[in-house]
Design a protein around this ligand. Structure first.
Ligand code: HEM
Length: 522
C-alpha cells in the first residue's frame, strides 16, 4: 500500500479476503439456492414482501439454525493444516510399516493443533495440555498420531478420563474454573501430579504451536518383516526449537489476542516459514522390555535413561493452510486406533479404552460415516459397512454387503510376519510418587526452574478451601519435602501480598488467573 492512507503492511491473516478478490477479479458465479435455483436480486431483500415465499431467505435462516455441530468433548479449540511426512532414515530393521520405509518417501498428512480444556472460543495461551494430531494418508490406510505436550499423560486408568476432565473445567454452579476441583482430584489421585508438574513448568505455555515438542506418550509395539517385535515411544521434536512464554508474557499477549497460536501458524505457513518436526523413536527390544525394573507401559512415567536408544525416523513438514476451517478442521476425526501393518500399537489400558472412545465420540459428533468425510478418507477402502447418515460416497454400489460371501466381495489379506503372541500387561494400581519426584529433582534443570514451578502451584492454591489445601500440601510434601516446603513458603508470601491489596484488585487478578487457567505471580 503506497499512498498516505495505505502506507502499512498487513499480516497474511488480515489479507486473506483481499487475496481471494485478487485471485477472482470477477464474482465467482451466479448466486443460487442450495437446490440450484438462481436467486433474483429482489429476493435478497425481504422488507415489504411475502418473506416466507423467498427461498433465499428461508433457506439462509433455517440453515444457520442448524449450522452448529457438537464441539469436541476435549480439544475443542484447534487449528488445522496440511503437510507431509518424509522418511530420512532406514528403520526397516524395526518396522515393516510402508510409510516409514524408503528414505525420501513422502506421505501426505493433515494435522490439527489444539488446546485441551478450553471450549471453542477460549484463549489459546492457557496453561493446559496442548495437542498435535496428525493423520498420515499412507498406502496401507490412515495412520493417526495424537500427541500432547508434555511427554507423560495424566493417569493410567481410563475410568479417570471423565472425572479429571470435569475437575479441570467449569464448576457446575459458578460456571467458572475452580482450583478447588483441580486440587481435590489431583490430591485424591496423585498419579496425575507428574503431568501437572510438567504443565506448571516452563513448557506449560509454549510460544506458539510451532515451537513445542509433542509426544503420543504410549509405548507402541512395532514389528519387522521377520515378525520381530520392538517397543517404541515416538517423539516429535520441533525443528523451530522448544520456546516458551512466561506467565506475564502470555497474559499480555492473551489480553490482545486470544487466538495467538492459530494466527501465528496461519501467518507462518503463508510466509513459507513451514514448521517441521523431527520424528524419533526411543526403542527397546522384547528382551530389553522384559528385563527392566519399572513398568515401561505406564503412560504416567518416563522411560528411565540408559534403558533404551533413540533413532531418527523422518520429519513432518506443515506447508499448506486448510481451505476451509469447518471442512478440514472441525470435521476431522483423529483416532489413535488408526494404525498400519508393522505398527500393532500400544497394549496398555488407556490405549485399549481409546480404541473405543474416539470412534464413539466421532459417531456422535460427525456421524457413523465420518471416515467418508473428505478430510478423513483414506487413499483406499473397501468395507461391508453400508447406509446411515450421509456422506456415503458410492456406498459400495452393487457389491455384496455381507461377509463372508462367495460373490467376490472384498477379501482380507494374510500377513505371515504378524506376531502370533501379544504381551499381557498387568498394571498395578498403586499411586506412585516416584515419577513426580524424579521430574522435580532431575528433569527440572535448576533451582530457579523449581521455584517457578512451585510459585505457579502456590498461586493456584491461594483460594483453595482449607480441607483441599491440607490434603494437597501433604501430597506435595510426600512427593518431595523440598517441593512441599517451597510451595508452603511461596503461598505464605502470596497471601501476605494479597492481604495488602484491595478486594477489587484481588478479584480482578484471580479472575484473570482462572480464565487463563494459569497462575500469575503477584
Ligand atoms: C482414556 C484416555 C483418553 C480419552 C478417553 C480421550 C478422549 C478424547 C476425546 C473424546 C477427544 C475428542 C475427539 C473428537 O471429538 O474427535 C480427544 C481428543 C484428543 N486427544 Fe484424547 N483421550 C485420552 C487420552 C489421550 C492421550 C493419552 C493423548 C495423547 C498423548 C490424547 C490426545 C488427544 C488429542 C491430541 C486430541 C485432539 C484431537 C483433534 O485435534 O481432533 N488423548 N481425546
Amino acid at each position: 500500500y503506497h499512498d498516505y492512507y495505505y502506507n502499512y503492511t498487513l499480516d497474511p491473516v488480515s489479507r486473506q479476503l483481499e487475496e481471494f478478490r485478487a485471485e477472482h477479479p470477477r464474482p465467482i458465479g451466479l448466486l443460487t439456492t442450495s437446490s440450484g435455483e438462481p436467486v433474483e436480486i429482489r429476493d435478497t431483500v425481504t422488507l415489504n414482501t411475502e418473506i416466507f415465499n423467498r427461498n433465499f431467505h428461508t433457506e439462509l435462516t433455517s440453515h444457520a439454525d442448524r449450522e452448529r455441530i457438537q464441539e469436541r468433548l476435549v480439544h475443542a479449540k484447534g487449528v488445522g493444516a496440511y503437510g507431509y511426512f518424509e522418511v530420512t532414515n532406514d528403520v526397516s530393521k524395526y518396522t515393516k510399516a510402508d510409510v516409514f520405509n524408503g528414505i525420501g518417501k513422502k506421505t501426505p498428512l493433515v494435522g490439527r493443533f489444539s488446546t485441551s480444556i478450553q471450549n471453542l472460543g477460549g484463549p489459546e495461551l492457557s496453561r493446559t495440555l496442548k495437542g498435535l494430531a496428525m493423520k498420515m494418508y499412507t498406502k496401507e490406510g490412515n495412520l493417526d498420531f495424537l500427541c500432547l505436550q508434555p511427554r507423560v499423560y495424566l493417569y493410567k486408568d481410563p475410568v479417570m478420563f471423565v472425572p479429571i476432565v470435569r475437575s479441570f473445567r467449569r464448576n457446575p454452579r459458578t460456571n467458572l474454573f475452580d482450583f478447588n476441583m483441580v486440587w481435590d482430584y489431583v490430591s485424591n489421585r496423585p498419579q496425575t501430579l507428574h503431568a501437572l508438574l510438567w504443565l506448571q513448568s516452563d513448557v506449560g505455555i509454549p510460544n506458539g504451536y510451532r515451537k513445542m515438542n509433542v509426544f503420543p506418550a504410549h509405548t507402541y509395539e512395532i514389528y519387522n518383516k521377520h515378525g520381530d517385535r520392538y517397543y517404541v515411544k515416538f517423539n516429535f521434536i520441533s525443528e523451530q526449537g522448544q520456546d516458551n512464554l512466561t506467565n506475564a508474557q502470555a497474559m499480555v499477549i492473551s489480553a490482545m489476542d486470544q487466538d495467538y497460536y492459530s494466527r501465528d501458524l496461519y501467518n507462518a505457513i503463508a510466509e513459507k516459514k513451514y514448521p517441521a518436526w523431527r520424528l524419533e523413536m526411543d526403542v527397546m527390544s522384547l528382551s530389553d522390555i522384559k528385563n527392566i525394573d519399572y513398568d515401561p507401559f505406564d503412560i504416567t512415567r518416563l522411560w528411565k535413561e540408559g534403558t533404551y536408544h533413540t533413532i531418527v525416523v523422518g520429519r513432518v513438514v506443515i506447508n499448506r493452510r486448510v481451505e476451509n476451517n469447518f471442512k478440514d478442521n472441525e470435521q476431522a476425526a483423529y483416532n489413535p486406533a488408526n494404525l498400519v501393518p508393522g505398527i500393532s500399537g500400544p497394549q496398555d489400558f488407556i490405549f485399549k479404552a481409546r480404541r473405543m472412545f474416539y470412534p464413539d465420540t466421532q459417531n456422535y459428533r460427525l456421524g457413523v460415516n465420518h471416515n467418508k468425510i473428505e478430510v478423513n478418507m483414506p487413499r483406499y477402502e473397501r468395507t461391508y459397512n453400508r447406509d446411515g447418515v450421509p456422506p456415503l460416497r458410492d456406498n459400495m454400489k452393487d457389491a455384496p454387503n455381507y461377509y463372508p460371501n462367495t460373490f467376490n466381495g472384498p477379501v482380507p489379506y494374510v500377513e505371515e510376519c504378524r506376531p502370533k503372541e501379544s504381551l499381557l500387561i498387568l498394571e498395578n494400581q498403586t499411586e506412585d510418587l516416584e515419577p513426580s519426584n524424579y521430574f522435580y529433582h532431575n528433569v527440572l534443570e535448576n533451582d530457579a526452574h523449581r521455584q517457578r514451578v512451585t510459585d505457579n502451584i502456590a498461586s493456584s492454591l491461594q483460594n483453595v478451601v482449607p480441607s483441599v489445601l491440607k490434603k494437597t500440601l501433604r501430597v506435595l510434601t510426600l512427593t518431595s519435602t523440598d517441593l512441599g516446603r517451597r510451595v508452603r513458603s511461596s503461598l505464605k508470601a502470596l497471601r501476605a501480598a494479597a492481604a495488602k491489596m484491595d478486594t477489587a484488585e484481588r478479584y480482578r487478578r484471580l479472575a484473570q488467573c482462572f480464565e487463563m487457567n494459569m497462575n500469575p505471580k503477584y
